[in-house]
Write a protein that binds this ligand. Structure first.
Ligand SMILES: [Cu+2]
Length: 179
């Protein structure tokens, strides 16, 4: 009924004109969680470790933020000082970074199941001519506060999006612990 829309709008506006601001409905979901990580990658770093000197040049750095609230999650990644005009795969993983690239564990998943951009947090990017790249991912679900993602892993190749190798992105070249 299109003719009713303006009336509804007026009612909503009037309701919002009281002395106190209108209460926004909070969708049910886990409590708000914000995770951060950042730094310059070094071979012996604690929270920003590089495993590949060629694909992660000296001075390369990254910063990641994941904000989960009201049953929604927005995750953003910025990298600087990487190889110019090059595609990298990137995902959130379940465990903190360690000396071994495998220490970060498997991909973080919302529900145990398929490796997909809907069920996992993929932040693939392509750098510009100066080696800077950005990615943002949005998901209609929040983190489990008891088991949030613990790291961002950068990979040598873009992530396979379908087929038997879905989720694969080649070697792990750098890792950023998030908390
Ligand atoms: Cu990964």
């Amino acid at each position: 009924m299109p003719t009713r829309l303006p009336v509804l709008l007026l009612v909503l506006l009037a309701a919002g004109c009281g002395a106190s601001p209108p209460q926004l409905a909070q969708p049910a979901g886990p409590p708000a969680t914000t995770l951060n990580g950042g730094g310059e990658f070094t071979a012996d770093g604690d929270s920003a470790i590089r495993y590949d000197r060629k694909l992660v040049p000296g001075g390369a750095q990254a910063s990641v933020t994941a904000e989960s609230s009201g049953g929604q999650t927005i995750t953003s990644l910025v990298v600087e000082g990487f190889l110019p005009r090059r595609a990298y795969g990137a995902h959130l993983h379940t465990a903190p970074c360690g000396k071994a690239a495998t220490d970060a564990g498997p991909h973080y998943q919302h529900r145990p199941g398929p490796a997909s951009a809907d069920n996992e947090i993929w932040l693939d990017l392509k750098t510009d001519t100066s080696g800077t790249g950005r990615a943002t991912a949005r998901h209609p679900w929040g983190f489990d506060p008891a088991a949030p993602p613990r790291s961002l892993v950068l990979h040598a190749k873009p992530t396979e999006t379908s087929g038997p190798d879905a989720g694969d992105a080649g070697d792990r070249i750098a890792c950023l612990t998030i908390s």
